[in-house]
Design a protein around this ligand. Structure first.
Ligand code: ZN
Length: 330
């Protein structure tokens, strides 16, 4: 993440160096094609870069529905084969590892949460669903879950020109609407990063919330250049993501039961502080036999506490907007 964030910031900074007030320019280079390090920027250039997309006011409500102490949001990013395809250099082995997500893991995950009547949000790259349209039926079975946008083919949106990025999001909305019967109003950037244009795009296309950024534990409003946007941010964190932790080839690998301890500790403090616990998982990781135990035991831990509100991301975003008096913009 830090590398990607650095690239984005450097890109925006270079924009400030080359063309003033042109936050959509992505080049991180000066006239000699050299990266311009931050210490050479002016304070104004730094401010413009930092303020392009920023956390605005907190949308933490004074009370959660039915007097709950904490909101619990489970996300599943159904990436499957798209992780390997997006680079344009897929391997047959990697594609098969992704295919496991659709063939085996998704059903295992959905069976577990449905058994506990827990709602969740499924962020699905469109191509992932096109390969395995039957996944929509599995997810829809309970009538409890939400479908949301996660790119067309998990493209690196932060590297794309504005028109291409926008077109892929539009196609993703159309495809998910057609395939699931629900128009998605939640967005998660494929690699949890924004291009300089992402916020404008999701605003224009009518998204209610984003869930890709990390400035808080609580919901907040996204600001663009110091102005509020009406977009709710439901923040994520790499700590609360199974992908880097439970993948044995990941460079942050931890034993599954150690990961469970991290998630329990995160939940316990969220419960103590009365805020929000949002966990991102991927069926092709968490759905393996030795990993589903993390989710199973985490659910048991959370359900051992009183006054927990399990909700989809959209339910939470809608609720916090209402409490903050933001509904008029819709
Ligand atoms: Zn993803």
């Amino acid at each position: 993440m830090s590398v990607r964030a650095t690239q984005l910031l450097a890109g925006l900074g270079a924009a400030a160096l080359i063309v003033s007030c042109a936050p959509s320019v992505q080049s991180a280079r000066d006239g000699d094609d050299e990266v311009v390090p931050g210490w050479k920027w002016t304070p104004e250039q730094i401010d413009r870069t930092v303020n392009a997309v920023r956390a605005g006011r907190s949308l933490q409500p004074d009370v959660w529905p039915n007097g709950a102490r904490v909101a619990v949001l489970l996300s599943f990013d159904v990436d499957n084969e798209t992780i390997s395809l997006r680079s344009g250099e897929p391997t047959i082995g990697a594609l098969s590892q992704g295919e496991y997500g659709a063939r085996v893991a998704l059903k295992r995950v959905v069976d577990l949460i449905d058994r506990h009547e827990i709602p969740a949000s499924f962020f699905i790259p469109s191509e992932s669903l096109r390969f395995h349209p039957e996944m929509a039926d599995v997810i829809k079975r309970s009538g409890r879950h939400e479908f949301a946008v996660h790119g067309w083919i998990h493209e690196r949106n932060s590297d794309l020109p504005a028109d291409v990025e926008r077109e892929l999001v539009e196609r993703a909305i159309d495809y998910l609407t057609e395939a699931t019967g629900q128009k998605p109003v939640g967005y998660r950037a494929p690699s949890w990063n924004f291009s300089p244009n992402t916020l404008d795009i999701i605003r224009d296309l009518g998204f209610v919330y984003d869930s890709s950024l990390m400035a808080d534990d609580r919901p907040y409003e996204l600001d663009a250049h110091g102005e509020s946007t009406g977009i709710v941010e439901l923040p994520v964190e790499w700590i609360l993501d199974d992908a880097p932790l439970v993948n044995p080839r990941g460079n942050s690998y931890s034993a599954p039961r150690d990961v469970l301890t991290v998630y329990k500790d995160e939940f316990d403090v969220a419960y103590e502080e009365g805020t929000m616990f949002l966990l991102t998982m991927h069926p092709h990781y968490i759905g393996h036999r030795s990993r589903i135990v993390i989710l199973k035991e985490l659910i048991a831990h959370i359900q051992s506490k009183q006054d927990v509100w399990f909700a989809t991301h959209l339910e939470v975003a809608t609720y916090v907007k209402e409490r903050a008096g933001m509904m008029t913009s819709e």
